[in-house]
Design a binder for this molecule. Sequence first.
Ligand SMILES: *[C@@H]1O[C@H](CO)[C@@H](O)[C@H](O)[C@H]1NC(C)=O
Length: 288
Amino acid sequence: MASSSSLLLAIASILLACSSLSTAVAGNFYQDVDITWGDGRGRILDNGQLLTLSLDKNSGSGFQSKSEYLFGRIDMRMKLVPGNSAGTVTTLYLSSQGASHDEIDFEFLGNLSGDPYILHTNVFTQGKGNREQQFYLWFDPTKLFHTYSILWNPQHVIFFVDGTPIRDFKNHEANGVPFPKNQPMRVYSSLWDAEDWATRGGLVKTDWTKAPFTASFRGFGATDTCVWSSGRSSCGSTPPPSGGWYNQQMDSADQERMKRVQQKYMIYNYCTDVKRFPQGLPAECSLP
Ligand SMILES: *[C@@H]1O[C@H](CO)[C@@H](O)[C@H](O)[C@H]1NC(C)=O
């Protein structure tokens, strides 16, 4: 009797541990973000576990994190606008404020039904971007939720898709390339219309008879972060420099995986666009 009840207790505590673990990972949109624009087109549902953004002829919508971060690993599970999403752009990015801001971007450019989305990435430092890399995805991003992540630490900005690194922007300050490391950033996300350029460079326009367009978000993860508040940064339960993510690099297996993805799925790389930079490619393009 005593042993079976202690077994039950053990099972109950394991279940409890699992459920608190999953909520810690999944986060809660009510606690973590504010819907900042779109006049009701952004909605938090399912007790804070689901967020949807929608876009129609009059407006898109967007949200931002309540916290600001100075370094962190940000994860978002997203399911993009299905069907004919041509002209629409869904974004997930980190950005600081002001004219010489830093910014780290994921932008998902929609397409006609059955045609591939483009995942557009960019890194701005001190107000200057022009570092675009674009990819096709190896799955249909409208069917299921997939995880898009940004790891931002003092040495790297690494973009991940479902845990696979697709891009690594390294700290090359020693060679005069600015790196985002002094300005705290917030997480932003939006769904908006960019029919002038998004799909096949603007050839395919938005079909407004299909509106409203909707993208869905689950599981905002920001536990491995340094939260910026009143001029101070605090790094949660794994304080750097011992915390893993803060010092994380790409090991050789990661580099191999990234190289394979880039060979197969990268469709634009500013570092190979010599026509665009007649004065010479940006410095980081020729650094290891
Ligand atoms: C849309 O599909 C066309 C045709 O397959 C392709 O060329 C283009 O890269 C796709 N994506 C976007 C966002 O234009």
